[in-house]
Write a protein that binds this ligand. Sequence first.
Ligand code: C5P
Length: 230
Amino acid sequence: SGIWAVIPAAGRGTRFGGDIPKQYLNVAGRPLIAHALDALLAHPRVVGAIVALSADDTRWPGWTHWNGKPVLRCDGGGERADSVLAALQALPPEVPASALVLVHDAARPNLHDTDLERLIAAADLAHDGAILAAPVRDTLKRASDSDRIAATEPREGLWRAFTPQAFRRGALTAALQQAQAAGIVVTDEAMAMERAGARPMLVEGREDNLKVTTSADLALAEYLLTQRVR
Ligand code: C5P
């Protein structure tokens, strides 16, 4: 059945000192979130997207369709996971509990078709869902209070979690509700699933699927997206 994309975009903060929430920062001529929508809705199995927005968002362009597919909006919540849960609950009621949903950060504009294809293929087979991720390449240091090195941590078996993250709608909704009820702030959807006892798959993805967080990321995203041939 059809896959829905869920895009948490209710973050108000910008770490760039200005007042533009980062999902609306302009990269390669368009807001970051437009690049995210492009990448997700290009996939033939993705039938629509729902975007969680801050209630006081004045910048949402009001898109209702993208690439001929519906774009819905809903109000987000206080934390990222609250926004994702709100979006899942605002999906059309006919979306089955067994349908896959793809949760993707509005601030990740450089998702490639090949990565999305591999993620969906893995999630089709995985019982507990799948996420894009990459193994840690750098040596990891634990800092003491004073920014001195206290220890070197083994990096073996450690991965960086990216988005999209693909789960069954019903399972993800239940996992996020459990985490919310327990008062635990999860920083990605997989963390909620893990807490619920699931073992999602790691699908190795491109390192350039970056989340724009700093002004250096913004410059890198600009470079990557202007290089791309669509
Ligand atoms: O701030 P951070 O980089 O973790 O945000 C990741 C994504 O989650 C962004 O797309 C942001 O808009 C979204 N978010 C949200 N609701 C919140 C906080 C963040 O949808 N309350």
